[in-house]
Design a protein around this ligand. Structure first.
Ligand SMILES: Cc1cc2nc3c(=O)[nH]c(=O)nc-3n(C[C@H](O)[C@H](O)[C@H](O)COP(=O)(O)OP(=O)(O)OC[C@H]3O[C@@H](n4cnc5c(N)ncnc54)[C@H](O)[C@@H]3O)c2cc1C
Length: 395
């Protein structure tokens, strides 16, 4: 295994660093408080437009669609550097990371022409209308119906946990097209106009106080024929293209948790009001040492998967291990952070008693979601048990 980057990859990294130094929003320190979620989204749209002007959005897309045709290593380096600079994330992540690659693989020429160019500059934001109240881990249980009507379909049902639906112009939607077919057959993959009559978006307030999530109600929503992706009953296989892009390496999370480790060390060494630093406690020292080991394991796991991707080998069920490991590592690290903060950890909004403006406490709350999104820990364990360890199925 060669663990070094080539000169061309190092030059790519240096070019991106130069660009970030010159283009990060003035006064940017890695975080900014916004009066509303809408103001934050507007700021992030501007940021994505700027990145796009520098050709730094969708670098993994083929050149013919405006990408750089970047290699898996370059894409990895890109994510690492963006996280290391504490640069804002792009807002149209679903569009760039999920919709674009899916339409490039399965869309018609008209769909590519119509939708792809407006994804990169965040001109049109996208959301993912997959999960339902009774269909999350087992998406094939979805009940939203799409019935043929004239030159299209009429859709009825409800979606939930739809991130940024209130700002989205379009959504990728899974709906049942043939109720008589076995569960994973008879599902269609549609492009849903979020401004169409019959679409109602209701924000849900989260633990963090933010309202990124939504319930989406679909009542007699008409979807024209040209907004079907692939064949009418073949949506499940297309959804798997989309879901495959949610898995794999997580360089961003690796960098974020490496930085969290530094924060943790600072907190553990801090002397306050004449008390000994927390690091004087051998049990705290052992916990921190374990976190260092865990972050290193995450790095090596990322590199192992990167090697597979570079050799064009399938990701395989082992990618479940990466997701399971980093998400649970994150929660253990945040638990230690909160233990070190003590009562100060309760201040999760900026204020006189908040440490780092409440950033650690908000991060603690946010990362509770890590063991749910992109497949819960239980589901990852099922995959590992059945497909890696060969244990009997749980049903
Ligand atoms: C931050 C975040 C953003 C999200 N954004 C979107 C989005 O934009 N669009 C979208 O469509 N969805 C989104 N989701 C939804 C996400 O995909 C689901 O939460 C996830 O798939 C789990 O489904 P569920 O919440 O319905 O839980 P359920 O599937 O109902 O699971 C409930 C509990 O039962 C356990 N469980 C379920 N089945 C099994 C089993 N077979 N064996 C053992 N245990 C089991 C689960 O692990 C979990 O603990 C988002 C979620 C989060 C947290």
């Amino acid at each position: 295994m060669d663990l070094s980057f080539t000169p061309a990859e190092e030059e790519f990294r240096a070019e991106l660093r130069r660009w970030l130094r010159a283009n990060l929003p003035p006064g940017w320190t890695g975080h900014r408080d916004f009066p509303t979620l809408a103001a934050e989204v507007a700021f992030l749209r501007d940021w994505q437009r700027r990145l796009h002007d520098g050709r730094w959005v969708g670098i993994h897309w083929p050149r013919e669609y405006g990408g750089r045709g970047a290699s898996v290593i370059e894409h990895y380096v890109f994510q690492e550097e963006i996280a290391a600079a504490r640069a804002p994330e792009i807002i149209n992540r679903i569009g760039v990371n999920l919709v674009g690659p899916t339409l490039i693989a399965h869309g018609t020429e008209e769909q590519k022409q119509r939708f792809l160019p407006r994804i990169m500059p965040a001109e049109e934001l996208w959301c993912q209308l997959f999960s339902e109240p009774g269909a999350g881990s087992d998406l094939t249980a979805l009940r939203t119906r799409a019935e043929r009507r004239g030159d299209g379909w009429v859709v009825n049902g409800q979606k939930v946990w739809t991130s940024y639906a209130q700002f989205a112009r379009w959504g990728i939607l899974l709906a049942r097209t043939d109720p008589a077919a076995p569960k994973s057959k008879g599902i269609g993959y549609f492009i849903c106009d979020m401004q169409a009559p019959g679409v109602t978006v209701r924000p849900l307030r989260q633990l963090t106080g933010s309202e990124e999530f939504n319930e989406v109600f679909l009542e007699d929503v008409f979807i024209p024929r040209e907004h079907l992706v692939g064949r009418e009953h073949d949506g499940w296989s297309i959804a798997n293209t989309t879901l495959a892009h949610e898995r794999g390496t997580s360089p961003r999370q690796l960098v974020i948790h490496r930085m969290l480790l530094n924060d943790l060390l600072r907190l553990a060494r801090e002397e306050r009001e004449g008390t000994a630093p927390a690091a004087a406690d051998p049990l705290i020292r052992q916990r921190i040492a374990q976190h260092v080991i865990d972050v290193e394991i995450t790095r090596l796991n990322n590199w192992r998967t990167l090697t597979r991707l570079q050799k064009r080998l399938p990701l395989g069920p082992e990618s479940s291990f990466i997701k399971l490991f980093w998400s649970e590592m994150s929660q253990r690290m945040h638990d230690t952070v909160m233990d070190l903060l003590g009562p100060r950890g309760l201040c999760w909004q900026p204020g006189p008693h908040a440490v780092a403006g409440g950033r650690f406490a908000r991060s603690y709350l946010y990362y509770r979601a890590a063991s749910l999104f992109a497949g819960t820990s239980e589901i990852q364990r099922n995959i590992l048990a059945e497909r890696v360890l060969g244990l009997p199925r749980s049903r």
